[in-house]
Ligand binder design. Structure first.
Ligand code: HEC
Length: 101
């Protein structure tokens, strides 16, 4: 699938989320949008925004801590890394990213 946007140009596939809605009673967009038509927020993102992580991390740019996209790029998505990073979030860690700001 290819998506282009006048502002951002071509959108990378990993940034796309595709949703599908079946509207049984015709083309009622208002109905589609109010009948639970909104895409579910990924669980990790929901958790992130419900905690205090956003005080030091943003999705795309370095703040007090590295951006989530930078962290995602540094660690391969494996069970081992999930455990490693969860442990660091719980116990704390330092020195991996140097002084971010
Ligand atoms: C007080 C600021 C602060 C808060 C709040 C915070 N972080 Fe961080 N985080 C940092 C800093 C600074 C680093 C870089 C540490 C380093 O260089 O090892 C970091 C690094 C990380 C890393 C990468 C660890 C590594 O070793 O590469 C992850 C994952 C992370 N944070 C997740 C979270 C999550 C999830 C939360 C919320 C539960 C959170 N952080 C809240 C400041 C913060």
């Amino acid at each position: 699938m290819t998506v282009t946007d006048p502002e951002d140009g071509k959108i990378a596939p990993e940034r796309m989320t595709v949703g599908f809605n079946f509207i049984p009673y015709g083309r009622d967009m208002a109905g589609a949008l109010t009948q639970g038509g909104a895409l579910p927020t990924p669980k990790g993102k929901e958790l992130f925004y419900s905690l205090d992580c956003k005080a030091c991390h943003t999705e795309n740019s370095a703040s007090v801590g590295p951006s989530l996209m930078d962290i995602a790029g540094k660690y391969e998505h494996t069970d081992k890394n999930t455990v490693l990073l969860a442990d660091k979030v719980i116990r704390g860690g330092s020195g991996v990213w140097g002084t971010v700001l």
